[in-house]
Write a protein that binds this ligand. Structure first.
Ligand code: LLP
Length: 431
């Protein structure tokens, strides 16, 4: 299985964005994250095109930067006309440093610190998504301090059970995120905030989960939120004009995954949104979405060098690589499945089933088990696909492993976008 932008050249090497992956390793070293810029841009255009087609352009796509928060990527999505969703002071700082317009930044967080709230309001972020009651007071105060009217959205738990991993499921009632509907908590908060002087209620937000392949949870969530908008309108006369449907569209990690195109999901959801608005007598809201994984996931490939191959007769074969949980903690966290191939023998048949192991002092540090792979030996290059989202952004320095470098590739050219960490970097904050 190869993904968009990938092929095999005459040397039998994997190419990504027209670049020979083995040459990339020679030039930049391993482990190496490779991001195909055209794939990222193509995904941005699919989303933006869908907003134009389904909602007459009345909407905005925010890239959920938690998936891959680096300046070069923020610049790519910005130049495609997207905004960014940030969830911490650090992500906000990165977005601003990349030159993102503050009004196209949406600030999240289920426990924003006072400093983060101050920083967001001071920077002029377009929207803050409020998660809980104490935050309202704090945002109102910060807005007064800077003499602004801060637009807010309410994060609502729509009570939807999307079929995904427990840890990345967020829309159900038992979740740390947002206001509950059934207890009246959400309604009380919205009605209360209409009295705050420095806050402007933009609308509502929900995020049902991540790596979702069905459109049903998104449709259900949209219905619940529009119903809530209608309910508030009836109770207060105030009609909230914005609806943020979060992120969560699934992508291909292995052949088992079969996502439909994102613009098709959006089209299907838009039919429901329009019908429910009509039925409930509310105007079609300004639509927002926050895709992360589906913008950058399949655009990323991680390249490793094989250090050793260890056969344990009748048990398994370990192929050890020079990365692992430090650059991709998704296997140890969620037992996530990936597709791997030998980048320097890319066209050969995959004749083996192996466990690809990382280099950390931790038995669970695996890239995956039972992975189909070509026969490999020390010195070969392994490519793991679909590592653009939640790999670098969740990377760590466990065992004082230096974080890997990242390059962007496009039309056969490569450029370094994140430097490889050095040993000096590792001790920079040690006193
Ligand atoms: N909006 C909100 C409020 C979110 O919480 C998230 C993801 C997104 C948007 C973007 O969702 P996406 O389109 O990327 O599915 N570390 C996990 C994923 C955690 C997702 C958290 N929130 C993983 O590696 O699978």
């Amino acid at each position: 299985m190869l993904l968009e932008g990938q092929s095999v050249n005459e040397k039998n090497h994997l190419t990504i964005g027209g670049c020979d992956s083995v040459e990339l390793c020679e030039k930049y070293g391993t482990p190496l994250y490779v991001i195909d810029e055209d794939v990222v841009r193509g995904h941005c255009r699919l989303y933006k095109g869908a907003i134009d087609k389904c909602y007459d352009g009345k909407g905005l796509i925010f890239f959920a930067s938690k998936a891959l928060c680096v300046k070069a990527v923020v610049k790519m999505v910005q130049s495609e006309g997207l905004g960014v969703d940030v969830v911490s002071g650090g992500e906000l700082y990165t977005a601003l440093a990349a030159g993102m317009e503050p009004e196209k930044i949406c600030m999240h967080g289920n426990n924003k610190t006072d400093d983060e709230i101050d920083y967001a309001v001071k920077s002029g972020v377009g929207r803050i998504v409020v998660d809980n009651v104490p935050e309202l007071e704090k945002i109102d105060k910060a807005a007064a301090k800077y003499g602004v009217k801060q637009k807010i959205l309410f994060r609502i738990k729509p009570g939807i059970d999307a079929h995904t991993h427990n840890f990345i499921m967020t829309g159900q009632i038992d979740s740390k995120f947002g206001f509950a509907l059934e207890t009246g908590e959400a309604e009380d908060a919205v009605l209360k905030v209409l009295e705050y002087e420095n806050l402007v209620v933009g609308g509502v937000h929900c995020h049902v989960g991540s790596q979702i392949f069905e459109s049903e949870p998104f449709k259900e969530a949209a219905k619940v939120l529009i119903d809530f908008i209608a309910n508030i309108k009836e109770k207060s006369g105030y009609e909230m004009a914005e609806l943020n449907l979060g992120g969560g569209y699934g992508v291909t990690y292995t052949e088992k995954d079969d996502p439909i195109r994102f613009d098709k999901y959006i089209e299907e959801v838009s039919v429901v949104v329009k019908a429910v608005c009509e039925e409930k007598g509310v105007a079609l809201p300004f639509i927002m979405m926050e895709p992360g994984r589906s913008i950058v996931g399949t655009a990323g490939v991680t390249l490793y060098t094989v250090g050793a191959v260890k056969e344990i007769p009748n048990i398994r074969k370990y192929v050890s690589v020079d990365g692992g949980m430090c650059d991709n903690p998704r296997y140890i966290l969620y037992q996530s499945e990936y597709t791997a191939l030998a980048a320097n023998k890319a066209g050969d048949e995959k004749t083996e089933k192996v466990t690809i192991a990382g280099k950390c002092c931790e038995s669970g540090d695996l890239v995956g088990e039972n992975m189909a792979l070509q026969s490999v030996e020390a010195g070969d290059i392994i490519a793991v696909l679909t590592t653009g989202a939640y790999n670098y952004s969740m990377a760590s320095n466990y065992n004082r492993v230096c974080r890997a470098a990242m390059v962007a590739v496009k039309n056969g050219e490569s450029r370094l976008i994140v430097k490889r960490e050095s040993y000096e970097d590792l001790v920079r904050n040690d006193i």
